[in-house]
Write a protein that binds this ligand. Sequence first.
Ligand SMILES: Cc1cc2nc3c(=O)[nH]c(=O)nc-3n(C[C@H](O)[C@H](O)[C@H](O)COP(=O)(O)OP(=O)(O)OC[C@H]3O[C@@H](n4cnc5c(N)ncnc54)[C@H](O)[C@@H]3O)c2cc1C
Length: 585
Amino acid sequence: MDGILTTSSTQATAQVWLDDFNAALASGDVTRIATLIAEECHWRDILAFTWDLHTTSGADAIARRMVPTLAQMAPRGMTLASGRTSPRRVTRVGVDAIEAIFTFETSVGPCNGVVRLVAEHGTTRAWTLMTALDEIRGHEDPANGRRWQNVDWKRNFGGENWLDRRKKAQAYTDHDPAVLVVGAAQAGLCIAARLTLLGVDTLVVGREARIGDSWRRRYHALTLHNETRVNHLPYMPFPRSWPVFIPKDMLANWFEIYAEAMELNVWTQTELTGGDWDAAAQCWDVTLRRTDGTERRMRPRHIVFANGVSTTPITPDLPGLKDFRGTVRHSGDYGSGMDWQGKRALVLGTGTSGHDVAQDLCVSGAAEVTLIQRSPSLVVSLKEAQAPYALYDEDVPFEDLDLLAISFPFPIYRRSHQRITAMNREADRVLLEGLQRRGFRLYFGPEDTGWQIMYQQRGGGYYFDAGCSQMIVDGKIGLIQFDDIERFGTEGAVMKDGSVKPADLIVLATGYEGQAASARRLLGDEVADRMGKVWGFDAEGELQGMWRPTGQPGLWFLGGGLAQCRIFSKVLALQIKARELGITA
Ligand SMILES: Cc1cc2nc3c(=O)[nH]c(=O)nc-3n(C[C@H](O)[C@H](O)[C@H](O)COP(=O)(O)OP(=O)(O)OC[C@H]3O[C@@H](n4cnc5c(N)ncnc54)[C@H](O)[C@@H]3O)c2cc1C
């Protein structure tokens, strides 16, 4: 976000503010804390003060939220982080500030923070503040330079070797895991890796034949839409030789290598078919069914739904569609455009899948491809869509980038996305005007905040243009509006003007059911009503029910893009570990 300048005085300024902040926290005085905070200030806490994710705005409100936490959490020793990026002068969403990464301690363990300082009324005050629990003292992540010691058995020739232990751990013949993770793709693997390294016994189940099949099954032409440099899984970055955009099968194969290398316990071809919460025992009673028909009941204390936001297709009940004599497919089962050479296709939906399927059909030799637009959609060129990741271009270590990425409290995050969206619109002006001339209805997100906030609110509704938009502009791919369709008939779409748009194939690129809907189906209404909303923002701007407690004890959710899964799997793992240790309820 904007520019950067490093000077020596920034260090001193930042440390003075941190010293004052230490003293103010030690005093427990609301007014004293508030004087260190700018009139416009936003504080995001990630488990450090509040054991949850909270965003608070305004000096007085921030101080009032901090003070009641001080007795229990005892935050202290704020100091500039050694070995991390030094304080720098930056411009973030148009505001010049000193940005400093700091560390501190609480009664739970070491924490990290990011503060952005501005000059106000002749003093230095915080404009944004983020505080995050890093580790639980005494239960540190061994990946942080604390390699585990295997001296006890490495030369025990008569006993178990590593492979024996791995097989035993995977089999769960004589015990159940503490955590059952549902879904063996990026979200499931990330949380399993984090928990396993924290010493929490974790089993991942996935109903498909191979780890990564959720990606393999996607359409033939799919390549990731965001760049490799932001997509690493925790602990094991992709090889440096990998392409800028990873092809889907390459990613899927990496997931298998990852699970093996990170020593994760994964059962494939195993589906969670249902479960009940045993309140007396404070654990779940779940049924797992394998594709060979056998069942296993387990009593884990936690379930993490990593079941994907793109797993269960939504197939709308469209008038007359059952009369259509051609083939109807959801975009998730569409396969390859090569199967439809010389045929005519209608593709319903103008999100990423709809556009990608239409483009694939067209370049594969379909005779005629027409997109059907139901509601206005956001279109941004693939190049401009990388703008939210500009932070990852800054020349600082990767773990600092991940810390900075979560350091923008929601009001600043929203403002930043409004700026990015405005810049994208200008950069893509020729393309967008061309689309409008073809009748394409454009949208720029709620309050023009762009695609990333749309993803977090509704899981889609946008397209990163990888060539399809120009094909629409050039008339190679047709476009009709859903509102102009009367109904579907035997031959295709029957338009309100009486004409028929004929087709051999109708692809429903109509999206997927959310994670919460699957949880309701599997765990029942009582649990689902207790768990509350999942996904979408709460009043503070934090995602509801994602990587934080739901209303149902022992029920958690993780999902999203690769970067989100990497970053927030740590946040979720710390909360589960803390409950396993009895540190927090
Ligand atoms: C077309 C498309 C392109 C995308 N491109 C990108 C991109 O470029 N970059 C990016 O960061 N994100 C992208 N995403 C978004 C996101 O990264 C993917 O949807 C990703 O697959 C999500 O990973 P996940 O682990 O949350 O869930 P999924 O990959 O959906 O995996 C969930 C798994 O859980 C399994 N499962 C569900 N229910 C059960 C059950 N009851 N028992 C056992 N197993 C179960 C499913 O079978 C599935 O294998 C894209 C999504 C789509 C649809």
